[in-house]
Design a protein around this ligand. Structure first.
Ligand code: PLP
Length: 398
C-alpha cells in the first residue's frame, strides 16, 4: 500500500482535496474521460504511442546536468538539474499536452479548446494538437495578447485559432471563463485541454501521470550518475505539474526531502504574490477543492508573480494533500531572488532558465548553502528562459 504516491478515490479526491465541483450535467463528460483514460492507460498500444512521441518528438529522455560551478559558489550540497528546458517547445508542458491531445483524438473529439495566460500552455497545446491532427482553439485575454505577441504568432503558425477575450480583466481569469463557455456549447465533441494538475477529476491525476516520466527518468539517471537517490528535490509550483511529475517517482522514499517553491513576488500582502500553499486556505476553484488564495467570501484573490506561469490563486489538489500530510514542504522565492538566479545560472552554467524555473534554482541555492558537500539536490529545470529575455533586460536595465 502506498502512503504518499496515491491515486485519487472514485470521486477524484486526494484525501480532502480534488473532486469534481462542476454542474451536474457536465459530470458525465468528465467521468467519460476518466473511464476512457482508465481503460487505455495501461494498454501496450497507448504506452508504445506515448513512448514513441516522448522519444522521437519531445526528445526524451532529457538529461541530468551537474551544475558544478553553481554548487561551488554556494559551497554546500551538489546541485543537479533535470533539463526539461531541452524538450521540444522548451518546457515540461509538452509532456502532458501530447497525452491530452492523444486522448482527445482517440475519444473522437472534434476540437481542443483551452485558455492561456502568457501563452505557454497555448503554444504547448497548439503544438500537440497539430501533431495529432485536431483543430485547436485558444482563448486569451486582450491584454495578454498585446503583451505576448510572439506566443500569439506561434499559436497561429501552428494552426490554432486564437480567440481574443475582451470581457472583464481581459487576462487569464476571463480567458478561463471564455474557454469554458465555448466548451459547454458542445462538451460531447470538444476536449477541454487543462494546462496543469488542476481542474475537475480526472485531470489532476491524468496530467500527473503524463508528467511522471520526468521523475521516473530522473530516478534512474541519478542512480546511474551517483549511485544513490538525491537527498533533496526542488521544483517550482504554479498549478504544480512539473513539481508533481518529478516528485511522484520519489514520494515513497522517505529519506528524500522534497520542496515545492511558490512565488512570494513583491511581498506577502494580498495581490503581490501567488503563495497559495503558504498563505491560502482550503476553498473551491476551477472544479476542485484545494488550497486557495481567497477573500472572506471565498472568491479567488488577485495574484502576482514575475513568472506568469506561477501566478495562479489555486494549486493542484495532490499538492494540498502532500502539504497536509507533511510529505512535501512548500517554500518561497521572491521576484528579486528569481531574477538573481536567472542571471547567475545563465552566467555560471550557460543555461538561461525560465523565470518560473529560476524560483526553484533560487531556493535550491539557499538550501545548498546550509548543507554539506556530500549532500545532493535535484532541481527540476522546468523550462528555458528565451521567452523571458526581453522582460529581464527591461527590469534589470541591462
Ligand atoms: C507553466 C510553467 C510552469 C508552471 O506550471 P506547473 O504546472 O506548476 O508546472 C513552470 N515552469 C514553466 C517553464 C512553465 O512554462
Amino acid at each position: 500500500m502506498k502512503k504518499y504516491d496515491i491515486q485519487p478515490d472514485k470521486k477524484g479526491f486526494f484525501g480532502n482535496y480534488g473532486g469534481q465541483i462542476i454542474p451536474d450535467q457536465l459530470k458525465p463528460i468528465f467521468d467519460e474521460i476518466a473511464d476512457f483514460y482508465a481503460k487505455i492507460k495501461d494498454t501496450k498500444e497507448f504506452k508504445d504511442e506515448m513512448n514513441y512521441y516522448r522519444k522521437n518528438y519531445i526528445g526524451r529522455p532529457s538529461p541530468i546536468y551537474f551544475a558544478e560551478k553553481l554548487s561551488k559558489k554556494y559551497g554546500g550540497a551538489k546541485i543537479y538539474l533535470k533539463r526539461e528546458d531541452l524538450n521540444h517547445t522548451g518546457a515540461h508542458k509538452i509532456n502532458h499536452t501530447i497525452g491530452e491531445a492523444l486522448i482527445a483524438k482517440k475519444m473522437g473529439k472534434k476540437k481542443i479548446v483551452a485558455e492561456t495566460g502568457a501563452g505557454q500552455h497555448g503554444v504547448a497545446l497548439a503544438t500537440a494538437a497539430a501533431v495529432v491532427g485536431l483543430p485547436c482553439e485558444i482563448h486569451m485575454g486582450e491584454i495578454d495578447i498585446a503583451k505576448q505577441a510572439p506566443n500569439v504568432t506561434r499559436m497561429k503558425i501552428l494552426g490554432a485559432k486564437v480567440v481574443p477575450v475582451t470581457q472583464g480583466t481581459k487576462t487569464l481569469k476571463d480567458a478561463v471563463d471564455s474557454a469554458f463557455m465555448e466548451f459547454v456549447k458542445d462538451p460531447q465533441n470538444i476536449f477541454f485541454g487543462i494546462g496543469s494538475v488542476v481542474g475537475p477529476h480526472p485531470f489532476p491525476m491524468m496530467v500527473r501521470d503524463f508528467q511522471r516520466i520526468v521523475g521516473e527518468e530522473a530516478r534512474e539517471q541519478f542512480l546511474e550518475m551517483t549511485g544513490k537517490l538525491p537527498d533533496n528535490l526542488v521544483a517550482c509550483v504554479g498549478g504544480g505539474s512539473n513539481a508533481i511529475g518529478l516528485f511522484s517517482a520519489f514520494l515513497e522514499d522517505e529519506d528524500v526531502k522534497i520542496y515545492g517553491v511558490e512565488p512570494s513576488g513583491k511581498g506577502l500582502q494580498p495581490g503581490n504574490h501567488a503563495a497559495t500553499l503558504t498563505l491560502g486556505e482550503p476553498g473551491n476553484i476551477h472544479g476542485m477543492h484545494t488550497y486557495l488564495l481567497q477573500d472572506k467570501d471565498g472568491n479567488p484573490e488577485p495574484v502576482y508573480s514575475i513568472a506568469s506561469g506561477l501566478d495562479y490563486p489555486g494549486v493542484g489538489p495532490q499538492h494540498s494533500f502532500l502539504k497536509d500530510i507533511k510529505r512535501v514542504e512548500y517554500k518561497l522565492a521572491s521576484d528579486k531572488e528569481c531574477l538573481d538566479s536567472f542571471m547567475e545560472l545563465s552566467q555560471l552554467e550557460g543555461i538561461i532558465p525560465a523565470l518560473e524555473s529560476a524560483h526553484a534554482i533560487a531556493y535550491a541555492c539557499k538550501l545548498a548553502a546550509d548543507l554539506s558537500p556530500d549532500q545532493t539536490i535535484l532541481v527540476n529545470l522546468s523550462g528555458r528562459g528565451d521567452k523571458d529575455i526581453d522582460y529581464v533586460v527591461e527590469s534589470l536595465h541591462i
